[in-house]
Design a protein around this ligand. Sequence first.
Ligand SMILES: Cc1cc2nc3c(=O)[nH]c(=O)nc-3n(C[C@H](O)[C@H](O)[C@H](O)COP(=O)(O)OP(=O)(O)OC[C@H]3O[C@@H](n4cnc5c(N)ncnc54)[C@H](O)[C@@H]3O)c2cc1C
Length: 216
Amino acid sequence: MYHNIHKIEKISHLNDSTFILQIERRDLKFTPGQHLVVGKKDDKEFRQYSLYNGINDDYFQILVKEVENGLVTPKLKNLKEGDEVEINGPMGYFTLSESTRKNLPVVMIATGTGIAPFKSFVVSYPELDYKLIHGVRTAEEAYDKELYAKDKYILCTTRDDKGTVKGRVTDYISTKTFHKDTQFYLCGNSEMIFDAMEILKEKGFSANQMFAEVYF
Ligand SMILES: Cc1cc2nc3c(=O)[nH]c(=O)nc-3n(C[C@H](O)[C@H](O)[C@H](O)COP(=O)(O)OP(=O)(O)OC[C@H]3O[C@@H](n4cnc5c(N)ncnc54)[C@H](O)[C@@H]3O)c2cc1C
């Protein structure tokens, strides 16, 4: 397995807690949906982060939310251009098969930074027939929303009225109908993923139409 020291090319702070780390890619290949294992150079703690960039970008990006008193995220947040991280990967199987992305409708359901792999899907596969349902507390967490076609991105906000709809992603999907061949991709916290899968099962979708990446 590849692991090595890579430079930070840029850090962009999107709000008080969330930031994008741009990391030197070199010639490493990845499939959208895969993640890196990242830690500060010479540190013993590592965490997994989905790749946020597109397949043709000549850099890696990860979208990270600082967890208060977390062991790794506060350190990553303090990194500056030119600092170094140790990375392991890319790895993981939360990816779209060629037949899915060319032939089937895909509904992506994310909470918070769980949107990261889906941004990589959308920018890497322009032909993708998708809907992206993003659950956040406030609309300022709608990271890079201008990248998504307006009719394909549904922002569900729980604490303000500035999204497409007010409420949780699970409230939204409860009220909707989806094409019978839809492939559902879910990413974020385990509670949302569990609840959303239950709702989809009640709507008649089978477990083999659902793919999940649990962040915590
Ligand atoms: C495959 C995979 C991909 C991931 N990709 C991303 C990503 O793209 N972006 C990202 O921000 N995170 C991602 N995560 C979560 C990430 O790996 C860390 O768990 C997270 O950044 C917290 O690390 P920490 O060391 O700061 O906190 P820790 O010291 O590990 O955790 C402290 C506590 O916070 C909880 N916690 C962890 N994450 C969150 C959160 N987001 N919100 C609230 N509580 C939390 C943990 O359950 C734990 O109880 C991913 C996880 C997995 C398994």
